[in-house]
Design a protein around this ligand. Structure first.
Ligand SMILES: [Zn+2]
Length: 426
């Protein structure tokens, strides 16, 4: 295991990043406007070539809703494909936490591109051929760690697939096979640690020294990361990706946020209301263009994720755009309570500061026609008032905290859902 923070691939040739991105974007657009029916209709008026990245905002945005409608109208796969059906070799679908799952197909070239993007993630976490990777993942249609599985082959690492196993079987496998790199969601890393404790597994002294998380923002929330690192006695690296756009970012040796792989993605941060770009240092919605996935291209895709682009480069030396704290929240999960915007991540970051709280859930509800939030916790009774005080100090709101019995709240393998929305009008 070595830390290769300085060995990421900055770009594929010697030209400046912006020139390189512009060239890739124009190549993609020329190809897509000729071959892809979805974008042919959508961008028919677009003058090419695009002369500068500063005119990127003149290209219409793409939304998940549009893709979903396209798949309903041209069922089952829609028109966002640039090749004949027989060229496609991989099928995945989104988790469907916000609406009907999207069906996403990749050609061999597009899937190789996914794999190359994941190689960056593994490289940033220092994975080499000496490592043994355990993928605590169900290997279903959700994209999850599929591309990691492929990329690990090129890193020369030994891969242990953890599909079709119970959590206990996974723990046995991790220990017995002397696995040193664990790939899973942050929630699942916590769940496995809880289970290890209950069953007398000494994971602190296991071979696991690196954890790569994906699927949820927790890996870049300081208190969540520190908790996982301390329970496992391992270093955590985060990764962000989406079925729709690809594996677009990863954390570096400094671990305090996410770098965008700008050789393969254009990342913009916009105001979700005006749709205009925001200044660096201000939060907004992340908009991504995948530059190398010709089989399923997305041009200016609204991710619904809120991020802040740092004004200065990250101290690790990686010059790619940096989002401190990773994904701050999702537009879908935000609730406004008495005028204050609350993201589940901000509550989670506070809850996780208390190691005595094993699990939690947020209940959104309506009281006298007003939005309210209640935090349910699995912990001893005395935690209730401590957490209440901390929430009030940090969020500036009185938030109700309710103690529930140990083990009653749901545990998650992929895509945790810790918001229970009981509101009358969602
Ligand atoms: Zn960095």
């Amino acid at each position: 295991m070595e830390n290769t923070a300085a060995s990421y691939r900055v770009r594929e040739d010697e030209v400046e990043l912006e020139t390189y991105q512009l060239q890739k974007l124009n190549q993609l657009l020329v190809f897509v406007l000729e071959r892809n029916q979805f974008y042919k209709h959508k961008l028919s008026e677009l003058p090419l070539p695009i002369r500068s990245l500063s005119s990127l905002h003149s290209i219409p945005l793409t939304t998940k809703k549009e893709l979903a409608e396209d798949q309903i109208q041209y069922a089952p796969y829609g028109l966002n494909h640039s090749y004949p059906e027989s060229s496609y070799i991989r099928y995945h679908q989104t988790s469907g936490t916000s609406g009907r799952p999207l069906k996403v197909l990749d050609t061999k070239e597009s899937w190789d591109w996914w794999q190359a993007c994941w190689q960056e993630v593994l490289q940033s976490a220092g994975v080499t051929s000496n490592d043994r990777l355990f993928l605590a993942f169900s290997f279903g249609p959700f994209i999850g760690f599929w591309a990691a599985y492929e990329a690990a082959k090129d890193a020369g690492a030994l891969v242990l697939p953890g599909g079709g196993q119970s959590s206990l079987e996974r723990l046995y496998s991790i220990i017995e096979n002397k696995v040193n790199v664990l790939l899973c969601t942050p929630s699942y890393a916590l769940h496995l640690a809880e289970l290890a404790e209950q069953n007398g597994f000494d994971i602190k002294n296991s071979h696991v020294n690196t954890i790569i998380t994906a699927g949820e923002p927790g890996g870049s929330i300081l208190s969540v990361r520190q908790r996982i690192e301390s329970l496992w006695n391992a270093k955590l690296f985060d990764h962000v990706g989406m079925t729709e756009v690809g594996a677009y970012g990863y954390s570096c040796s400094l671990q305090n946020g996410i770098h965008v792989n700008e050789a393969q993605f254009l990342a913009e941060v916009i105001d979700p209301n005006t749709l205009e770009p925001v200044q660096d240092g201000e939060s907004g919605e992340l908009v991504l263009t995948n530059l190398g996935r010709y089989g399923f291209p997305l041009i200016r895709y609204r991710t619904g994720d809120r991020v802040t682009r740092a004004s200065n480069p990250c101290a690790c030396g990686n010059p790619y755009s940096f989002f401190p704290g990773g994904i701050i929240g999702r537009a879908d999960d935000m609730i406004i309570v008495r005028g204050i915007n609350i993201f589940p991540q901000s509550i989670e970051s506070i809850v996780r500061e208390f190691s005595q709280i094993t699990e939690f859930r947020l209940v959104y509800y309506t009281l006298e026609e007003m939005n309210q939030v209640r935090v349910q916790i699995e912990a001893a009774e005395d935690m209730v008032s401590d957490l209440k005080v901390r929430l009030r100090e940090r969020i500036g709101l009185r938030i109700e905290v309710e103690q529930v019995e140990s083990g009653v709240l749901p545990r998650f393998e992929m895509k945790s859902r810790r918001v229970w929305d009981q509101r009358a009008n969602k």
